[in-house]
Ligand binder design. Sequence first.
Ligand SMILES: Cc1cc2nc3c(=O)[nH]c(=O)nc-3n(C[C@H](O)[C@H](O)[C@H](O)COP(=O)(O)OP(=O)(O)OC[C@H]3O[C@@H](n4cnc5c(N)ncnc54)[C@H](O)[C@@H]3O)c2cc1C
Length: 373
Amino acid sequence: MAGPHVLIIGAGLGGTSLAQALRKRGIPFSLFERDTFEGARFQGWAISLHSWITSDLLESTKGDLPDLGTVGITAHLGVPSEGAILNGEDTSEIRRFSEGPGFQFIRADRAKLRSWLLTNIQIKWNKRFTHYEENEDGIQAFFEDGTSYKGDILVGADGISSRVRHQLLPYANTGTNRLNLGVIMGEVIAPEEQYRRWSEIAASFYVGVSDGRRIFVGLKSIADDQKSAQYYWMYTWSDQQASQESYWTAKASKEELHTFVMNHLEGLHPTLTEPIRETPVKGMLQPPLQMKDMVPPELPTGRVTLLGDAIHPMTPFFQGEGGCQAMKDSMSLARFIEALPSNGKGVQNALEKYHNEMRPRAKESVLRSRAAT
Ligand SMILES: Cc1cc2nc3c(=O)[nH]c(=O)nc-3n(C[C@H](O)[C@H](O)[C@H](O)COP(=O)(O)OP(=O)(O)OC[C@H]3O[C@@H](n4cnc5c(N)ncnc54)[C@H](O)[C@@H]3O)c2cc1C
């Protein structure tokens, strides 16, 4: 089917899954990314794909993509994805969840997942979007290199600092909500004896909570010779001051972050804290993440829309579902665009239907992630 031409800004999880969903439906699109090539920027460690998204994802992609299971961090070792929730003080109580019949949970390597989503998609790399101009006949997107492209719909899939959102909803940028949560992260290489022990708790990641403190430990990768594995962890705590941009962690040195976290592990079970205690100063991440979210505001009627973190960033604490919701947005949007007549009339109406579906769904997700923070 031909149809309206869709301009997508941003080739993250949301933008690439939209590109796949449009490709499957034969709807023309152009995908623009500010990065200069696929591996230009660290894509993050790992991401949980829940069964409610894996089935949708498979349905809205063509059959020429590799098996989705191959994006799992431990897939090449034949080890199924597995997560666990522990009592932070007593690790004998472990609630595990893993892939099983009717439940395809995949702990995906983010770079592999993005590559999977890029299969047979043409990207215009090195295109940093600056602004758009809209009129009755269409929309034109402008880029920092002086080029511009015309289309019928513009989709801002350009992440939490979205430039498309800055133009579409200038008032909403101040509404991005900083949470009262201190965050410190680190990375550690574990030798075989150690990582095999950690993976007995859960193959992919585990989370322990106690007394307002939370520790997340996740597997990033296992070395080809399986003699070591790379892990990352996140230590979080509640603090009313943490919502301030100038919170102390933002400017703290690696040594200061390291000292702080080592001094705040008391009362937590040694099994849970071992990856942190094993982390050298150089493994500390600086500056640490600052947790922000935003309940999706109302969007004006027109040819421009937003998806994923551009419209509803959320914390990763309720199942970690920001990326899955971004993909859900893409599939929903593609369905409404597909329903348009081939002359492309009714774009505004299609986008309104998408907003009506996306906003309550994403709001619920943002709020339950905030409540779990
Ligand atoms: C620590 C952590 C753990 C998480 N874990 C999970 C998890 O387990 N499961 C889950 O579902 N979610 C998780 N999330 C959330 C998830 O990472 C995000 O919700 C998801 O990446 C959002 O996808 P997106 O496509 O909207 O934005 P992004 O992934 O941020 O992609 C935006 C893209 O737009 C590009 N771009 C930006 N500006 C421009 C511009 N001006 N011009 C052109 N291109 C531009 C960027 O380069 C980027 O490629 C986690 C988040 C964090 C911080």
